[in-house]
Design a binder for this molecule. Structure first.
Ligand SMILES: Cc1cc2nc3c(=O)[nH]c(=O)nc-3n(C[C@H](O)[C@H](O)[C@H](O)COP(=O)(O)O)c2cc1C
Length: 315
């Protein structure tokens, strides 16, 4: 018998494959798609939400690049109060675990949004620390372990719900970043968010994105994400902190790689746009792999990667 369910810090997920924040709206948009059910999804991470409504960045906001997507949405969202009053009531919380994703432009804003969602029935709160700190000239909180720790400390003080902290791959040492946010109170980590990139229209000699730069996602970042998850795992396992792995997952084989590298659960973002039923297919594929390899639980697979020995540090 194969058990696909995972338990992360007391939250039970029916299967280990989730929909990533920013790619699943507020949990009800995909319900119109034939064959889609939130019951087939391990968890839905809702869109990044700020205190006040945000219109987002000027266009273009999304551009394709080989094997990836560049986006600079600018956190368009209706604001925490509207999400709580108008959006959450549309969700059937018995279908899956819906998790809010919190963004902010100051430590105080993060803490306030977390406090508001602490009052809701959602099981956990994910904090996106890759947002720009307006008081520090727009440098992303998540790229500076000190600033990241301050955000997480403030969020920790604002909720008793499990706190998931989403790590930025754009920081110099993601393992050190992980250690700092765990010390500051993170219960679960998710890794990774998008990698900053740019694309240029050579006729106009201007960036294709209205915001000049944006986050790269999709298969292009998968090898980077796998390495980062594995580096984070080396730290997180010492604290018994589980990892939700993501970045470029588009198949069951991709998901299994992340689990072997140290993830207890995975999430899919960009690839859902092409196939909204992908999460279901990936979880079925993970189940088949577990049967073939004699794994009874996802937990048994986590971190089962055996590294080669006698290696050198450079590529
Ligand atoms: C269009 C778009 C919007 C996103 N919005 C958010 C967001 O609001 N909050 C967040 O933490 N991550 C956001 N992300 C990042 C994804 O959740 C995910 O970490 C990243 O895209 C890597 O996974 P993927 O390659 O499977 O897409 C967004 C990604 C995309 C493509």
């Amino acid at each position: 018998m194969v058990d696909l369910s995972v338990d992360l810090k007391g939250i039970r997920f029916a299967n280990p494959v989730a929909m990533a924040s920013g790619n699943a709206g507020y949990g009800f948009e995909y319900q119109a798609v034939s064959g889609f059910s939130n019951r087939d999804v391990g968890a839905v991470f809702l869109k990044g939400t700020t205190l006040e409504p945000k219109l987002g960045n000027k266009p273009e906001r999304v551009m394709e690049s080989p094997c990836g997507l560049l986006n600079s949405i600018g956190l368009q969202n209706p604001g925490a109060h509207a999400v709580i009053a108008d959006y959450l009531p549309k969700l059937d919380l018995s279908q899956t675990q819906f998790i809010i994703n919190v963004s902010g432009s100051s430590v105080e804003e993060y803490a306030e949004v977390v406090r508001l969602f602490d009052q809701t029935d959602l099981p956990a709160i994910e904090v996106n620390i890759s947002c720009p700190n307006v008081k520090k000239g727009g440098a992303a909180f998540g790229n500076d372990p000190e600033m990241a720790a301050r955000v997480v400390e403030a969020c920790r003080a604002s909720t008793t719900k499990p706190l998931i902290v989403k790590l930025s791959p754009n920081q110099t040492d993601i393992a050190e970043g992980a250690r700092r946010v765990i010390d500051a109170g993170a219960d679960i980590l998710s890794a990774i968010n998008t990698m900053m990139g740019m694309q240029i229209d050579i006729d106009s000699a201007t960036p294709t994105l209205g915001n000049n730069q944006g986050g790269l996602s999709g298969p292009a970042i998968k090898p980077i994400a796998l390495l980062k998850v594995h580096q984070v795992y080396q730290v997180a396992k010492q604290y018994d902190v589980p990892i939700i792995g993501l970045g470029g997952i588009a198949s069951a084989e991709d998901a299994i790689e992340f689990i072997l590298a140290g993830a207890s659960m995975v999430a899919i973002g960009t690839a859902i746009a092409k196939d909204p039923l992908l999460v279901k297919k990936v979880s079925k594929g993970v189940e088949r792999y577990m049967k073939r390899h004699g794994y009874r639980s996802v937990n048994e697979m986590t971190g089962r990667l055996t590294l080669n020995t006698d290696t050198v540090l450079c590529g």
